[in-house]
Design a protein around this ligand. Structure first.
Ligand SMILES: Cc1cc2nc3c(=O)[nH]c(=O)nc-3n(C[C@H](O)[C@H](O)[C@H](O)COP(=O)(O)OP(=O)(O)OC[C@H]3O[C@@H](n4cnc5c(N)ncnc54)[C@H](O)[C@@H]3O)c2cc1C
Length: 231
């Protein structure tokens, strides 16, 4: 039987047409990023992989039930940007990675930072959001097909551009996914990142950003701004 590969535009458009829905996913890994932030990786089985197609910059909603102030079970939903570039494994499965920074007094982020571990399950909504790179073939606003083809970075061969992103704190999460995707897609692409934090110990993805800089020394510039660091 001939194998027909859906084009990037077709697969992302099909995903976009579907109504977002919750699916129970298992936590594959919880990795500590800083004292008050974790990265959570959800495994996406092959049969759900199409539901979790995303464009770098999109987010998922997580749903669970936690005790409220009175100890009563309370269903809560919180949104988290996907912090990695899309990838599919040889068996057709994929993954969703998010980073959760603890918000002082925050219900979900405090629980996740203290309790969440590999093997736990959470309801994860299929990806949503329009904060995606709008890079077009001619450097002007992108048409939908170019944005969609970010799901398959190999389709962006021949695309190049210069990008500037400004992020603060946990706002780095969608930006790191976009930067990785665009830098990998074209050897001409340049990316300038201005990243603001209170102190060096608060910087999420410090090592990953340094690795990315090592990988693209001429094309990636990272400007750290630390508002409360002693000079
Ligand atoms: C599109 C989108 C993407 C996002 N991406 C990320 C991401 O990648 N990473 C990330 O870490 N976050 C992200 N967020 C924020 C995230 O969704 C949560 O809002 C955040 O984690 C806090 O949730 P929480 O349940 O811990 O806090 P909540 O319980 O919702 O509390 C939030 C704040 O309100 C205060 N508060 C709560 N109740 C009261 C009260 N009664 N009186 C006074 N103050 C109160 C808390 O102390 C806390 O500071 C994103 C949000 C959106 C909308």
């Amino acid at each position: 039987m001939p194998v027909v590969r859906q084009t990037a535009a077709e697969s992302a458009q099909a995903a976009g047409r579907r109504r977002p829905s919750f699916h129970t996913l298992t936590v594959a890994e919880v990795r500590r990023l800083t004292e008050d932030a974790i990265e959570v990786t959800f495994g996406v089985p092959a049969e759900l992989a199409g539901r979790f197609d995303y464009l770098p910059g999109q987010y998922v909603a997580l749903r669970t039930t936690l005790p409220d102030e009175d100890g009563e079970p309370h269903e809560i939903r919180r949104s988290y940007s996907i912090c990695a570039e899309p990838r599919t494994f040889p068996d057709g499965s994929s993954e969703i990675r998010v980073a959760v920074k603890q918000d002082l007094g925050g219900l979900f982020s405090t629980w996740a930072n203290a309790e969440l571990k590999a093997g736990d399950t959470l309801d994860v909504m299929s990806p949503m959001g329009a904060f995606v790179s709008k890079h077009g073939r001619d450097g002007k606003a992108a048409d939908q097909n170019v944005m969609n083809s970010m799901n398959h970075p190999e389709d962006l061969a021949g695309e190049a551009g210069s990008f500037v992103a400004i992020a603060a704190g946990s706002g780095i999460t969608p930006v790191i996914a976009i930067a990785r995707t665009l830098l990998a897609a074209n050897p001409e692409t340049r990316f300038d990142l201005i990243y603001a934090n209170k102190a060096a110990m608060d910087v999420m993805f410090l090592e990953e950003l340094a690795d990315l800089k090592d990988k693209y020394p001429q094309r990636l510039a990272i400007h750290h701004v630390l508002s409360r660091e002693q000079r």
